[in-house]
Unconditional design. Structure first.
Length: 317
């Protein structure tokens, strides 16, 4: 009983002390200057704004009826200074009226244009793989010309002044057996250089009898097709040259490219069950799914070039 009375007295004293402190706080507030009052008001507003924001965050996002998809963020967990891939797209569109029309000299216009679109897509890719520069902003891959100019062998070639002896000197420096035997090298040249090489090689074949008593240091010895590409073989003291005419080089400062195919790899982006090599997406827009009276197909490729062993590549300008 005595213990209970003591506890009640202690509780009563605590209540009186709390009331006294509250009255002191009220007097201090009433005696505060206008500046202090403004500070208190600003603090109250800040707390009120914070409560509103917290309520919104706790409530999650809300979208209007019939609204579209929201914005998102792009993940970038990596950085690289090489091996960048590039995306190529080619669209094929035709109205259904044109698709159904049978012409006199071509019954299926859709099939004819489709063939041209496939060539257009591959032409676009080859232009990038020859002349492209790697760019992390525009997401482009590095082409052969940029890589070889920066790291490979560089020679000059003027069809007006270059002689066979001068060219063989270039080949001697390029095909150094210590790092480049040249067996897998393909030489891509412009039309002017292609004709120049045939003139040099054809001179021996047409005007000189090649026998055991005579050896031609530069002569055309044959032709073949590799993956549908016409390859002309020229015999030199440093082995056979596999030469292909490439009209991409016509009108440029690049006369010829020597690319060792062992150290140049085409790399499509493949991973996590997704293959981004050249694919055809049929009917990305049709009358049925868009209400527009035409059909649109899409050709898409995401790939890049992997270059290595710069000593095994060469460029003539």
């Amino acid at each position: 009983m005595c213990l209970l009375l003591l506890l009640l007295q202690l509780l009563w004293r605590l209540l009186r002390l709390r009331r006294r402190r509250s009255s002191i706080g009220l007097r201090a507030t009433s005696d505060a200057s206008p500046r202090d009052t403004n500070k208190g008001t600003a603090s109250l507003r800040a707390h009120a704004l914070l409560r509103v924001r917290l309520r919104r965050a706790a409530g999650g996002s809300a979208h209007a009826e019939g609204s579209g998809y929201p914005e998102t963020w792009k993940d970038q967990p990596y950085s690289t200074s090489y091996g960048r891939t590039q995306i190529w797209k080619t669209a094929m569109a035709m109205t259904n009226t044109a698709r159904a029309t049978s012409l006199k000299y071509g019954s299926n216009e859709w099939a004819r244009v489709w063939k041209e679109k496939l060539i257009e897509h591959k032409w676009d890719m080859e232009s990038s793989l020859l002349f492209g520069t790697q760019d992390d902003t525009n997401l482009t891959t590095q082409g052969a010309v940029d890589y070889i100019l920066n790291y490979g062998n560089s020679f000059s070639l003027s069809t007006a002044t270059k002689t066979a002896d001068d060219f063989l000197d270039d080949m001697s420096n390029y095909l150094d057996p210590r790092y480049n035997n040249g067996g897998a090298t393909v030489y891509f040249c412009s039309t002017a250089v292609y004709n120049w090489m045939h003139k040099l090689g054809g001179y021996f074949k047409n005007n000189v009898e090649i026998s055991s008593n005579f050896r031609a240091d530069f002569a055309m010895t044959g032709k073949k097709k590799v993956a549908g590409v016409d390859i002309t073989t020229f015999s030199t003291p440093y082995g056979d040259m596999n030469v292909a005419r490439n009209i991409h080089l016509d009108g440029t400062n690049v006369k010829m490219l020597g690319v060792n195919m062992k150290y140049a790899s085409y790399r499509p982006l493949v991973g996590n069950g997704v293959n981004r090599d050249t694919s055809v997406y049929v009917g990305v827009q049709t009358l049925e799914n868009s209400g527009i009276d035409r059909r649109v197909d899409l050709i898409l490729t995401e790939a890049g070039m992997e270059w290595s062993m710069p000593e095994s590549h060469a460029i003539w300008t």
